[in-house]
Design a protein around this ligand. Structure first.
Ligand code: 4AD
Ligand code: MG
Length: 462
C-alpha cells in the first residue's frame, strides 16, 4: 500500500522523487529505443504518462507486450514533461506486470464504446473514462449529502430495507419471502404468509419516510439515505427498480421550510460538483452535454420558482403547446408537462406546490381548501421531477379519514396513527432521488449510467 495515487502526484508534482504507481494500462506506444505507457489508477480522469527505456530487463519479454487493461506496478522518477497537455511524466526504472489482459478478448479497446454496449459489461465499464468519472462524482456527492446534514445538526437514521408498510400506498413493492415458491403453504386458496419467515408478508421498502417520521418526532431533524425499491414497470431513462434516496424529515417544520431545505441541499450538491469534480465534469461537458456547466450554474443563480399546481395547469393550458397527455385540473403532471414548465416556460428549477389530494399519497397534509395537499415536487431542466415531498398530516382524525379513503389496511398503520395520538407536531420532509441529481450534474441521458449496477425491468445481472 505504499503506492502513490496519480491524482496526488499530478496535484503535488514532487519532481525528482522516486514514486510507485499501481494502475491499468490505457495505451502503449512504441518509439525507437523506448515506449510510452498511459497508466490510469482510477484516482482521477487523467492518465500518468510513463516512459520506459528499452534497456529495462523485462522490456522485450513483457513491456513490449503490454496492452490496454493490463495491471502493472511502475517505480520511477517523476520528471517534468516536455510533452503538451501534461506537466509531469514518470521515468520508469522498474515495471512489474500483475495481470495480463489479452487484446484479442479484452472488450475495452481504444475506440469509444456505446453506453448500451457498456451496460452489457457492468463488471468492466467503470474502467472507462466516462463511467469512472461518474463513479467519482457519485462518491463525492454522497459524502456531500452527509456533510450538508451534519453541518445543520441532522441525525442520520438507518431505516429498514425490509418493511411491512407501503409508504407510497401504491402497491409497487417487491415481496421478500423465505417460502418455497414451488410449494407455498396456502390458506383459502391464497399464499399463507403467516407461515413465512417473519410470520407475515413483507416487502422491500419503497421509501424510508414513515420510519424517518418516527425519529423526527423524537430527535427533531433526521435524514435517511439508502436504497429503495420499486416494482413499477417503468422502462424509462429516469426510473430504476433499485435506486438510492435521500430523505430528511423535520419536526416543527412546514412546507415552506421544507422547500428551503430541499433548495439548499440541491444547490449544495450542484455547487460541490462544480468545485470538487471539475476535471470529471470537464469530460461530460466535452463529450456528453456541451451546455452542462451553464445549466449547473443556472441552478445556483437564483431562488427556485415556487408555483401552485393550479397555476402550473393554467400556464400549460395557455402555452398552446400540443401535449401528448391531457392537461386539466385534477390530472397528474406527466413528465412532458414537468419538462415544459422547467425547460420552456421558466428555464430554471420550478417547485410545484399544493397538488390535488386525489393524486397524492395519504400522508400529505390536507390544505384548508379541502381539495389540495401541502405537497411539493421540484422540477429540474432535463430531468423533470427530482424531489418529491410534503408537509405531513399531523391531525389524527384527518389522517384516519385519508387512510380509510385510500383503502389501506388500518392495522398496518396503527403505529403511524399513534404518532398522531401522542405528542403529534407539525412536520415535513422530502425525498431526493440520488441518481436523478447525479444524472443532472453529469448530463447522462440515461439513469442506467449513473448507478453502478442498474436494476430495471428484465435486467438485474452484470
Ligand atoms: O416522489 P417519491 O415517490 O416520494 C417518496 O417516496 C416520498 N416518500 C419522499 C419523502 O417525502 N420522504 O420519490 C422521491 C424521489 C423522486 O422525486 C425521484 O427523484 C426519485 O425519488 N425516484 C426515483 N428515482 C429513480 N427511479 C425511480 N423509480 C424513482 N422513483 C422516485
Ligand atoms: Mg413523486
Amino acid at each position: 500500500m505504499s503506492a502513490h495515487r496519480i491524482a496526488t502526484l499530478l496535484r503535488d508534482q514532487p519532481l525528482g522523487t522516486t514514486v510507485t504507481v499501481n494502475g491499468w494500462i490505457r495505451t502503449r506506444r512504441d518509439a525507437k529505443g523506448f515506449s510510452f505507457l498511459e497508466v490510469n489508477d482510477g484516482s482521477c480522469l487523467a492518465n500518468l504518462q510513463v516512459i520506459v527505456e528499452a534497456s529495462l530487463p523485462n522490456y522485450e519479454a513483457e513491456i513490449a507486450r503490454l496492452a490496454t487493461g493490463c495491471a502493472v506496478r511502475v517505480i520511477g522518477e517523476l520528471a517534468s514533461s516536455p510533452a503538451k497537455g501534461q506537466a509531469v511524466e514518470l521515468k520508469a526504472s522498474e515495471i512489474t506486470v500483475y495481470g495480463w489482459a489479452d487484446p484479442e478478448s479484452y472488450p475495452l479497446q481504444k475506440k469509444r464504446h456505446s453506453f448500451e454496449f457498456l451496460r452489457t459489461i457492468a463488471h468492466l465499464r467503470p474502467r472507462t473514462n466516462s463511467l469512472g468519472a461518474v463513479a467519482r462524482v457519485r462518491s463525492t456527492l454522497a459524502h456531500a449529502v452527509h456533510d450538508f446534514f451534519r453541518e445543520r445538526g441532522f441525525f442520520l437514521v438507518h431505516t429498514p430495507i425490509i418493511t411491512t408498510s407501503d409508504c407510497e400506498g401504491a402497491g409497487e413493492m417487491f415481496t421478500v419471502t423465505g417460502l418455497d415458491l414451488d410449494q407455498p403453504p396456502k390458506r383459502e386458496g391464497r399464499v399463507d404468509f403467516s407461515r413465512d419467515f417473519f410470520g407475515r408478508r413483507t416487502s422491500l421498502t419503497v421509501s424510508g419516510q414513515l420510519e424517518a417520521e418516527i425519529y423526527a418526532l423524537a430527535l427533531g431533524n433526521v435524514y435517511t439515505f439508502g436504497p429503495t425499491f420499486r416494482a413499477e414497470n417503468s422502462n424509462t431513462s429516469r426510473h430504476l427498480a433499485e435506486f438510492w434516496m435521500i430523505e430528511p424529515e423535520m419536526a416543527f417544520c412546514d412546507l415552506a421550510d421544507d422547500i428551503d431545505v430541499a433548495e439548499a441541499l440541491l444547490k449544495h450538491l450542484v455547487g460541490c460538483a462544480l468545485t470538487e469534480c471539475r476535471e470529471d465534469l470537464g469530460l461530460f461537458a466535452r463529450f456528453i452535454d456541451q451546455g452542462l456547466i451553464a445549466r449547473l450554474e443556472n441552478v445556483l443563480a437564483r431562488p427556485f420558482i415556487r408555483l401552485p399546481y393550479s397555476e402550473a395547469i393554467e400556464q400549460l393550458k395557455v402555452s398552446g403547446h400540443d401535449f401528448e397527455y391531457p392537461v386539466a385540473w385534477g390530472l397528474d403532471l406527466q413528465s412532458e408537462h414537468e419538462r415544459f414548465l422547467t425547460e420552456t416556460i421558466f428555464k430554471q428549477p420550478v417547485v410545484v406546490i399544493d397538488y390535488p389530494k386525489a393524486i397524492k399519497a395519504f400522508y400529505m397534509r390536507q390544505n384548508d381548501d379541502n381539495r389540495t395537499v401541502a405537497a411539493m415536487d421540484i422540477l429540474f431542466p432535463g430531468i423533470g421531477e427530482i424531489v418529491g415531498g410534503s408537509q405531513r398530516e399531523e391531525r389524527y382524525e384527518v389522517l384516519l379519514a385519508r387512510l380509510t379513503d385510500a383503502g389501506l389496511p388500518l392495522a398496518d398503520y396503527q403505529w403511524y396513527l399513534d404518532l398522531r395520538r401522542f405528542g403529534s407536531a407539525r412536520h415535513a420532509g422530502f425525498g431526493l432521488g440520488f441518481e436523478r441529481i447525479i444524472q443532472f450534474v453529469t448530463g447522462m441521458a440515461n439513469i442506467r449510467e449513473v448507478v453502478p449496477f442498474p436494476r430495471t425491468p428484465g435486467s438485474a445481472g452484470f
